[in-house]
Design a binder for this molecule. Structure first.
Ligand SMILES: *[C@@H]1O[C@H](CO)[C@@H](O)[C@H](O)[C@H]1NC(C)=O
Length: 159
């Protein structure tokens, strides 16, 4: 009987920690192309690396880049709320668009995407919008969406 009570308590503790621990959240598929889901951008000579903390001159890369072909459809990685526009650059160009999203206890931004709308909610897998024409701005780069947490923490553990 005592063992049973201890076991139930442990089971409950384990189940509960997984419901509140945001580090267990995983992003579902973000992009329709390439065909494999959520491929992290590696490094290239011309533009650098896609991982969090990669060098950007004197700055650090504050997001994680996930491959996404120009014009591909971008999906909600889980049920999300749309929190309005969030742009990567202060100077405008063809890919200067993006959106602030929240869900699963996380707040994050996705850059280089043209959202269909900027408010409301979406279910996992529903369309957020389209990947913009990154090749027109950075010819030869592996086109990608940039995922950045609102608190600037490392998003890699969610992928
Ligand atoms: C994103 O939207 C949330 C909710 O409105 C807001 O609290 C947060 O400050 C925004 N974050 C950034 C970095 O824009």
């Amino acid at each position: 009987m005592r063992l049973y009570i201890i076991f139930s308590f442990l089971l409950f503790a384990v189940i509960c920690s997984s419901c509140v621990d945001a580090s267990r959240v995983k992003f579902g598929r973000l992009c329709s192309r390439p065909s494999n889901s959520n491929i992290k951008r590696g490094c290239d000579r011309k533009y650098g690396c896609g991982h969090y903390g990669a060098s950007r001159g004197k700055q650090k890369h504050l997001g994680l880049d996930i491959l996404c072909a120009d014009g591909a459809i971008v999906y909600a990685p889980f049920d999300v709320k749309l929190n309005g526009i969030s742009r990567p650059y202060s100077k405008n160009n063809a890919i200067n668009n993006g959106i602030n999203l929240s869900g699963q206890g996380l707040c994050f931004k996705m850059f280089y995407v043209k959202p269909d709308r900027y408010t409301g909610t979406l279910k996992k897998g529903q369309r957020i919008g389209r990947m913009l024409s990154m090749q027109s701005v950075y010819p030869g780069i592996p086109s990608h969406v940039h995922v950045q947490m609102c608190d600037r923490s490392d998003p890699t553990k969610y992928f």
